[in-house]
Design a protein around this ligand. Structure first.
Ligand code: AMP
Length: 312
């Protein structure tokens, strides 16, 4: 199976209570690819400047990821994002966004990227997400992300994208903003009404919830005593989630498969937040991921203990 991801490949400056990095490799497509490449062949579609070195590209290309569609613009500067986290790491302030070469990004997919089995539309302008959908005709599974800025400024195009995908992955605040509904379940159900068959609500350190037509499932984040940098957790989650699902596309996506995909997304994201940027993701192995998935299974089970309750 192969997966195509379209989105930012970036340099980030990040400050957390545990330190800072002035310029580190980042971008939604980077985190997604590093996670999804544990499962399948990944094709990355993006745009960088000539300040983006071979070494950076080599990191994105880990585990055989195809970076042919990462266009390098001569004399251009790579997308740059700067953010700072509060002491509890839950609140994040964006300090700077420099679109640079990303400003005129018009994704052009090579035949290999178009012929993917699964597609992830990372957080980019909804009109560009639509153009990618038009280029990929026969994709079996399409998931998407977005952000507050597009919900505000390009709502109609965003709704059109949502109508055409199988799965929407948004954080809880974005789901509320999109639907105007305070309840995450009600918000997710409204989004399902537009067409997708699954909605994943990411809830940061509280984990994530999966809402389908007649089911609900929720997983906590993997319990960690020390989180260093949450940047990229959401995109890593998406990479693990879509990566696992893509391996199962020869049969119907049942609830158990979707739930296990949630566990893989959660386990992978837990590695990302343990160090700055992609540092931890770059030296991970499949065995470590599997053991965190097992641990998640263990901590989310509870036995039946009969306790008769008062009836009046
Ligand atoms: P996350 O922490 O999962 O929300 O993702 C963080 C990544 O998203 C960073 O590596 C940034 O480079 C990237 N990013 C931040 N803002 C944007 C934006 N407006 N468009 C695309 N990517 C972005």
């Amino acid at each position: 199976m192969s997966i195509t991801v379209v989105g930012s490949v970036a340099f980030d400056a990040v400050k957390t209570p545990f330190g800072e990095r002035e310029r580190m490799l980042g971008g939604a497509a980077t985190y997604f690819a590093l996670a999804a490449s544990f499962f399948d062949q990944v094709h990355v579609v993006g745009r960088v400047g000539d300040d983006f070195g071979e070494e950076d590209l080599g990191v994105v290309a880990a585990r055989g990821t195809d970076v042919t569609d990462v266009e390098r613009v001569p004399d251009g500067k790579t997308f740059f994002w700067a953010g700072e986290y509060g002491w509890d790491l839950n609140s994040r302030e964006t300090l700077d966004t420099q679109l640079n070469v990303f400003q005129d990004f018009q994704p052009q997919l090579s035949p290999a990227s178009r012929e993917c089995d699964a597609l992830f539309l990372a957080n980019i302008q909804p009109e560009l997400q639509l153009s990618v959908l038009e280029q990929c005709g026969e994709t079996k599974f399409v998931a998407m992300d977005s952000m507050n800025f597009w919900i505000d400024s390009a709502r109609d195009a965003l709704i059109e994208v949502i109508r055409r995908v199988d799965c929407v992955v948004l954080n809880d605040a974005e789901l509320r903003q999109l639907t105007g509904r305070p309840s995450i379940i009600a918000a997710a159900r409204e989004v399902l009404g537009l067409g997708p068959s699954a909605v994943v609500a990411k809830q940061g350190e509280y984990g994530s919830a999966l809402v389908t037509e007649d089911q609900f499932f929720s997983l906590p984040a993997f319990p960690l005593e020390k989180v260093i940098d949450p940047t990229g957790a959401g995109d890593t989650f998406a990479g693990g989630f879509v990566g696992f699902l893509a391996r199962q596309l020869d049969r119907p996506l049942t609830e158990p498969v979707l739930r296990q995909a949630m566990a893989y997304g959660t386990a992978l994201a837990s590695f990302t937040v343990e160090e700055f940027g992609t540092e931890r993701l770059q030296r991970m192995n499949g065995g470590e991921i599997d053991s965190r998935v097992e641990e998640l299974r263990r901590i989310t089970q509870f036995e039946h203990v009969a306790v008769p309750l008062e009836t009046s």
